[in-house]
Ligand binder design. Sequence first.
Ligand code: 5GP
Ligand code: ZN
Length: 114
Amino acid sequence: MKDCIFCKIVKGEIPCSKVYEDDKVLAFNDINPEAPVHVLIVPKTHVQSIMDLKEDEYQLIGHVFKVTSKIAKDLKVDEKGFRIVNNIGEDGGQTVPHVHFHLLGGRALQWPPG
Ligand code: 5GP
Ligand code: ZN
């Protein structure tokens, strides 16, 4: 989608520090990391949030989780643990309206979130 930051990153129009890529998803380091490991896993197709997925797009989220577990292993946060976060809408704290999942790890994370 035109003017979407993550679509521009997917198209290579904005550079990123790539962690993983396949035909369905791109994963890259967050520009403003909140933990030693902070990776964003982004479906390549533009969907605003999980609330806008079409019936045949839910499988994409399963794929995102598969990729996230691979990245967690590669970045060695699988043994101590990590967190997957998906912010939705204004109250959820979503700032980029293109569905994405945060992989946060490398330190003990607090709970509950603010
Ligand atoms: P949200 O707040 O929507 O859940 O997460 C958006 C995330 O995207 C934020 O953590 C923010 O730091 C990150 N972000 C925003 N713009 C860019 C960018 O141009 N490049 C990268 N790598 N991350 C970005
Ligand atoms: Zn987009």
